[in-house]
Design a protein around this ligand. Structure first.
Ligand code: PRT
Ligand code: ZN
Length: 293
């Protein structure tokens, strides 16, 4: 069966759900944000958004049921979809849903390091990633697989340690645990099926991937404009955070120039104060709505 609409799989409910839909909206996909349907029809492009459990996204993309998907790198890696998987291309990290898979032990644990977990039990929902980590260190421990509430395992004496995702660390703290090792760093990523597509859909997929790249690249960027004495230019350029080569425009006033730059990093008040001290005036910092490189 050939389809004439592209399908992108996103998480229906959970930590990836809102971020995925808002990213697609910022990439110009016109969808009703409160719609609770399983399949959202994008009005202005031939794209349907399939909303599923995050565990199913990679498999749907691998077998071509969906052409694109948004999923955590942790889920991909645990399911064995590595960098050079034959069925999936991992396109672009999206800079959201950042977290890390960490090994944690009770606060009172007084082992010297991960080596002291040899022969002990470690509870996790990520047995594959944990095993790879332990094997790489020649460490033997029993992996106890749990599908949820991993953080209670030490308290219930089911395991000496846990290996779980951490973002703020509040869950570990609330359960009297402390992290001792990072097993895997993760964030949401865009994936694409390697199944061949009719040219028209391939074009839509490429356009969407490019737009998502632009949205991610624009995130947090600022456009900065200021006037400066020409001889302060080197010093001022050096102060602009992540700006590359700025545009310099001569002004009618002698030895004065206007400097315009895209800053990839945060522009703090301290930066503005530094620029002012270096001779800059009329400094404006504005958010960038869209950018195509
Ligand atoms: O129903 P469905 O199967 O779709 O959802 P799910 O329950 O399997 O997944 P969900 O929504 O919890 O997480 C989806 C994805 O979000 C994960 O696969 C990660 O890529 C990413 N992510 C980012 C996280 C976290 N941060 C996170 N903190 N996933 C889970 N957590 C959990 C963690 O397991 C622990 O219980 O949050 C708790 C710790 O959070 P902090 O902030 O207290 O450290
Ligand atoms: Zn899940």
């Amino acid at each position: 069966m050939t389809r004439d609409r592209l399908r992108i799989a996103v998480q229906k409910k959970g930590r990836l759900a809102d971020g995925s839909l808002s990213l697609l909206a910022r990439a110009g996909l016109n969808v009703k944000p409160r719609d609770d349907e399983l399949l959202l029809r994008v009005k202005n492009l031939p794209i349907d958004i399939l909303r599923v459990r995050d565990d199913d996204i990679a498999a749907f993309v691998a077998d071509g049921a969906c052409e694109l998907g948004i999923v955590g790198l942790n889920t991909l890696a645990e399911d064995g979809y590595g960098e050079d998987h034959p069925e999936i291309d991992i396109l672009a990290p999206l800079g959201v849903a950042r977290c890390a898979l960490k090994i944690a032990v009770p606060e009172s644990w007084n082992g010297a390091g991960i080596g002291d977990l040899a022969g002990k039990r470690i509870a996790t929902s990520y047995p594959r990633l944990l095993k790879r980590f332990l094997d790489a260190r020649g460490l033997e421990a029993s992996i106890i697989e749990m599908t949820g509430s991993v953080e209670v395992a030490p308290r219930l004496q089911l395991a000496a340690a846990i290996c779980d995702l951490v973002s703020t660390g509040a869950t570990l703290e609330a359960n009297g645990l402390k992290a001792i090792e990072t097993v895997f760093e993760s964030e949401a990523t865009l994936i694409r099926s390697r199944c061949a597509l009719p040219p028209a859909l391939d074009d839509v997929a490429q356009r969407l991937a490019r737009r998502i790249d632009s949205v991610v690249a624009t995130e947090g960027t600022k456009y900065i404009m200021l006037n400066a004495p020409r001889d302060a230019l080197a010093q001022i350029t050096a102060l602009l955070p992540g700006a590359g080569a700025p545009t310099v425009i001569p002004l009618a006033r002698e030895n004065q120039v206007a400097v315009h730059a895209v800053c990839q990093e945060s522009v703090f008040w301290e930066t503005l104060e530094g620029l002012k001290a270096a001779g800059a005036s009329a400094i404006l910092v504005v958010p960038i709505e869209k950018m195509m490189l």
